[in-house]
Design a protein around this ligand. Structure first.
Ligand code: 5GP
Ligand code: SF4
Ligand code: MG
Length: 458
């Protein structure tokens, strides 16, 4: 998912709309904007792409001075309009709207206990738990209520909460999802990715820190803590795959990081081939890096139909398989008779790689060597990226040789974990250099109770 927030702007809805466009790659199943004029909170939400949801002058309904906005990628809670965020709760004691990126690992347990105390949930989303905890708190001030609620959560949460008189912004103690603070003239803005700031012309101020709670109102920004920072565990897949190439996370540009991943891969393996090609769009940067370091020329062996969305985000396997075919085509004159290195950023189920190897061979490629700019994904993600159950992960019960056979490639290589972390180049101290590596290593940065359900199983 992607979150966006703005405080202190005369026309926050169009700015939020542009911000959501720059975050669209983070979720395509729903979008919403909630605006406040200081008295009421008003929402426009819908399923589908940002463009479709806010068509026909719907933004004009949203007049005010502040907004919170969201694009939804349904890992947790399934799809459906009721789960589209921001979630808006009207109340005589103060209304609030919540937008959340990440996944709250202990949401199931918190929800059961809240239900025993009388809460009734309107959605199946883990995000609603935050609102109930906040309303249940015995503290008087909203800030203290929010802190108490946030302390009860395990997992990944970059959260933006809008009320009539303030915007609260929180980053989980491990800082698992990207979240940045920026300035647009006199207004304060926050967004999952800095790509949103570039598009609206805002200046990046800094990342929101692990365990930090920002309180933004007419007086400005105040920084408090709801928790001591825990060991930093930024999602590595944000660098490898998920974020936009023009975004920076903690000052590290995503495109440049991916290029270094490709270079590192070329340093770790030896392949004789004629051309290097990337799988558009997410692997182009890594393919360029691989080409530079290996000396094998980069070519456009595959093109993408830009009108088909991210295949992975389609919820069923059938839709995903059809999606790959509609999305990618080989450039026959480029690949025919050639030994091709095909760079992709990751293998999850193997659908994409298998399909592309066949596509390239059908187009006349002599050999197809698949190289992946990250290590094998062996364990599921509990934190909001759709890396499924063990049984769906092709690397969870197959060796590299077996996977190579399954996808029909002439060779298959992965980047090492150390190589990946080194190439991304975060300056953090500690064992994982500030990364979550759980899907590669099975070591989760937060407690995962036995029988915890994966986001999409809830
Ligand atoms: P596979 O086809 O092996 O199941 O998935 C791999 C492809 O999906 C890669 O091309 C990669 O770009 C993309 N991908 C990898 N991980 C994720 C993820 O967690 N979420 C989404 N949406 N796409 C992913
Ligand atoms: Fe990201 Fe993997 Fe950690 Fe999930 S398990 S947060 S995908 S690094
Ligand atoms: Mg891809």
């Amino acid at each position: 998912c992607g979150v966006f927030g703005i405080w202190g702007h005369p026309d926050p809805a169009p700015i939020s709309y542009y911000g959501l466009h720059a975050l669209q790659h983070r979720g395509q199943e729903g979008a919403g904007i909630v605006v406040t004029d200081g008295e009421f909170l008003r929402a426009v939400k819908g399923e589908g792409l940002v463009n479709d949801v806010f068509s026909n002058g719907k933004l004009e309904k949203l007049q005010g001075k502040a907004a919170v906005a969201h694009v939804r990628y349904a890992t947790a809670g399934g799809s459906g309009l009721e789960n589209v965020q921001p979630l808006l709760f009207n109340s005589t004691t103060g209304s609030l709207a919540i937008a959340h990126n990440g996944n709250i690992v202990n949401a199931g347990r918190l929800k059961r206990s809240l239900e025993q105390q009388g809460s009734i949930f309107q959605t199946t989303s883990d995000t609603e738990v935050i609102a109930h905890l906040l309303k249940k708190s015995h503290y008087n001030s909203l800030v203290e209520r929010a802190k108490e609620a946030l302390r009860l959560l395990d997992g990944a949460f970059a959260v933006v909460i809008l009320t009539e008189d303030k915007l609260l912004v929180a980053q989980d103690p491990h800082g698992m999802r990207p979240l940045s603070l920026g300035k647009l003239d006199d207004a304060w803005v926050v967004a999952s990715e800095t790509s949103a700031f570039d598009l609206i012309g805002a200046e990046v101020i800094r990342s929101v820190e692990p365990g930090e709670l920002l309180i933004i109102n007419d007086e400005g920004v105040r920084s408090e803590r709801f928790s001591e920072p825990a060991e930093r565990a930024i999602c590595t897949m944000e660098y490898v795959y998920f974020s936009r190439p023009d975004s920076n996370i903690d000052g590290i540009n995503i495109h440049m990081a991916r290029k270094r991943l490709g270079k590192q891969l070329a340093n770790e393996i030896q392949i004789d081939a004629d051309i290097v090609t990337g799988v558009p769009d997410s692997s182009i940067s890594a393919a360029i890096g691989f080409s530079e370091a290996s000396g094998i020329p980069y070519e456009m062996g595959l093109i993408k139909n830009r009108y088909v969305g991210r295949t992975f985000i389609q919820p069923s396997q059938d839709l995903r398989e059809r999606g790959v075919k509609m999305k990618l085509s080989p450039v026959r004159q480029v690949v025919a008779g050639k030994r091709v290195v095909m760079v992709d950023d990751s293998i999850v189920r193997g659908t994409t790689s298998k399909r592309i190897v066949k596509m390239l061979k059908d187009a006349g490629a002599k050999e197809v060597h698949v190289v992946i700019s990250s290590p094998p994904l062996k364990s599921p993600c509990f934190y909001g990226i759709d890396i499924s159950t063990d049984s769906e992960l092709i690397a969870s019960d197959n060796s590299v040789e077996e996977m190579c056979e399954l996808i029909g490639a002439d060779s298959l290589s992965f980047l090492s974990v150390e190589g990946m972390v080194g190439a991304i180049g975060r300056p953090d101290e500690g064992k994982n250099c500030g990364h979550c590596l759980a899907c590669f290593t099975g070591e989760y940065p937060t407690p995962i109770a036995p029988n915890t359900k994966l986001p999409h199983e809830k």
